[in-house]
Design a protein around this ligand. Structure first.
Ligand SMILES: Cc1cc2nc3c(=O)[nH]c(=O)nc-3n(C[C@H](O)[C@H](O)[C@H](O)COP(=O)(O)OP(=O)(O)OC[C@H]3O[C@@H](n4cnc5c(N)ncnc54)[C@H](O)[C@@H]3O)c2cc1C
Length: 564
């Protein structure tokens, strides 16, 4: 094989010094500004001149927006795997899916022991990592209802609750050199992450061979395992191109403590390697793969969908039935689903790409999914496509004075309310914060402010939509007015809404009260309720939930009661 056809990525390897503590953070931010894909930090928890790597990763995640983050590599012996798995999933959720998981078996045993860790032989260290990987994956498998039992001699997890599910499938990369670790990498990991200074000539080929053999023996495709390399600062673009094409390395990580080295790497070397590798792949007919799925995942694909024909803009984030993030799409609030492919565009252009994919799949059903609270269940389907616009979730106050607000379809109403409240603004919506803007603003919107403010769609002033043919058009009372009329009530039948302009209302203090009534004489209760609401000022809206008495009991003393 090698080249395995993986997309090329470039990252930095930054020393997590704590004096000055801002230094690694600034270098990480610079890495992102320079366009690098990945920022990594070594992890030596026994080293007092370093910041704790996990804390630093969390801090850097908050200071950056796009770049991927990883330990290089995390020290397993001093990090309890079940806790580490939850920490990684949490940071992945908080950072929008930017965590990768470089991990190692540990090395400096005296220092590890001095910190209270258990000294292991190299063979035991590999077995411990083997167990820990099961703990990581088992913890992240939040859709699995069974309690997690994993590990064995080193880490025994015995009935732990699973979750949280990370925002994306966190890749596990192993820092491996010796045959046992390399075979473990081939059997279980998603990536191999050695450092060039520790390698002898020929080690990359030997390592790849062992990994590939172990992968095949475990029924895996060797291409499932990304090959990464910590390089030295003196590597030229030609050196890296050769390593990419001959040794299958696709992610190069440069020492990142010198801003000039980072700049040269990002601005000169990385673009040159990209260009040369792309050219060579074109000549050889090697396809660059967005992602390699294992045979189990491939067996779950549904008929009639051209999985391999997706545009690059959508392929990496697409979710298939065999992927970790799929559970999100197996039930909307009230109904189940089993879509064949979920496209997750992040921009309007990507929505257009997704609509183009859908137009090539007219034989399978299509669902548009915003926040997944649709009562009809049509945002999901069985075996079809779903376009999840959840990533288009921005909320902008264009003009607080006039109440002009622009909201993406993926925002949830609770987020809209949080954003508007400090400005004294509100858009009447439903009674439940988890409902999405996309679903509610294309259908109606009846909520707590309905009697005074009407429906949500009464406050819609314009909407940007991607039509079935791929055109992006604006619809308002004056521009495409018929489409505007259609979007306000039957939106999903006409297009995919990518942005809504609302006129929010200025409101003062709001009050909310909840009463419990004895409605045994239900007809009488309802007519008196109706009369009371009709007589009330229009600023008062009311909703009734009628329920049977629990176990035949009347309300207990102390329950709130009312009488109509
Ligand atoms: C717990 C709960 C409480 C609710 N309370 C209220 C309430 O108080 N008032 C009220 O009016 N409704 C209420 N609803 C109903 C809710 O408003 C609708 O079901 C709404 O469609 C859900 O929107 P969503 O984006 O969360 O759902 P999704 O399932 O993501 O989408 C629902 C449908 O909307 C369409 N759609 C979604 N996004 C787009 C888009 N970008 N462009 C075009 N079409 C799109 C699709 O047809 C999709 O099938 C409630 C629902 C639940 C589950």
């Amino acid at each position: 094989m090698p080249d395995y056809g993986h997309p090329l990525r470039f990252g930095s390897f930054i020393t997590p010094v704590n004096s000055p503590s801002s230094q690694p953070v600034q270098l990480a931010v610079l890495s992102e500004q320079l366009g690098l894909d990945l920022v990594t930090f070594q992890d030596h928890p026994y080293q007092p001149s370093f910041l704790d790597t996990w804390t630093l990763l969390s801090w850097v995640a908050a200071q950056t927006e796009r770049v991927q983050l990883s330990g290089n590599v995390l020290n397993l012996p001093l990090r309890q795997p079940a806790v580490l798995a939850r920490a990684a999933a949490s940071l992945d959720l908080l950072s929008g899916g930017r965590v990768s998981f470089g991990i190692g078996a540990g090395g400096f045993w005296e220092a590890i022991e001095a910190m209270g860790g258990r000294r292991l032989t190299p063979a035991q260290g590999v077995d411990a990592l083997d167990e820990a990987i099961d703990v990581f994956r088992g913890t992240w498998d939040a859709a699995n209802p069974r309690p997690l039992r994993a590990g064995g001699d080193y880490y025994r997890v015995n009935g732990a609750k699973r979750g949280p599910a990370p925002a994306h499938e966190i890749p596990i990369w192993i820092g491996a050199y010796k045959p046992r670790m390399l075979r473990l990498t081939g059997r279980k990991a998603d990536g191999w992450l050695p450092s060039l200074p520790y390698l002898e000539p020929g080690d990359l080929q030997r390592g790849n061979r062992l990994i590939d053999e172990a992968a095949k023996a475990a029924g895996r495709d060797p291409r499932e395992i990304t090959r990464l390399l910590n390089i030295t600062a003196d590597q030229s673009a030609d050196d890296l191109t050769r390593v990419a094409l001959e040794d299958g390395i696709s992610t190069f990580i440069v020492p990142g403590d010198d801003p000039d080295v980072l700049r040269q790497f990002a601005e000169e070397i990385a673009p040159a390697v990209r260009e040369q590798v792309e050219r060579a792949r074109g000549q050889r007919g090697t396809q660059t793969l967005a992602r390699v799925r294992n045979s189990v995942a491939l067996s779950k694909r549904r008929p009639g969908i051209d999985y391999d024909g997706l545009p690059a803009s959508l392929a990496a984030r697409a979710v298939e039935p065999g992927d970790a993030g799929y559970a999100r799409y197996t039930s909307s609030y009230l109904r189940g689903g089993a879509p064949g492919l979920v496209l997750r565009p992040r921009t309007v252009d990507e929505v257009r790409d997704a609509v183009a994919v859908a137009s090539k799949h007219r034989e399978v059903p299509l669902g548009i999914f915003s926040a997944g609270h649709g009562l009809s269940g049509r945002s999901l389907n069985d075996g079809g496509l779903v376009i999840d616009v959840g990533a288009l979730n921005t909320i902008e106050i264009l003009d607080a004075q006039s109440g002009r607000v622009r909201v993406g379809p993926g925002a949830r109403w609770v987020d809209v309310a949080r954003m508007l409240t400090p400005h004294g603004l509100t858009i009447t919506s439903g009674d439940y914060g988890g409902v999405g803007v996309g679903g509610l603003a294309t259908t109606g919107g009846i909520g707590w402010l309905a009697r005074e403010h009407g429906l949500t769609i009464d406050h819609l002033r314009g909407v940007d939509v991607v039509l079935a043919g791929g055109d992006l058009v604006h619809a308002s009372a004056t521009e495409n007015p018929e489409l505007f009329w259609a979007m306000r009530g039957a939106g999903a039948n006409f297009s995919v809404a990518v942005s809504f302009d609302f006129e929010a209302a200025h409101v003062g203090q709001l009050a909310f009260a909840q009463f419990v009534f004895d409605a045994s004489d239900t007809a009488r209760f309802l007519s008196r309720w109706g009369a009371a609401i009709e007589a009330a000022d229009r600023s008062v809206s009311g909703e009734i939930i009628l329920g049977a008495r629990q176990g035949g009991r009347r309300y207990a003393p102390g329950d709130a009661r009312g009488r109509l």
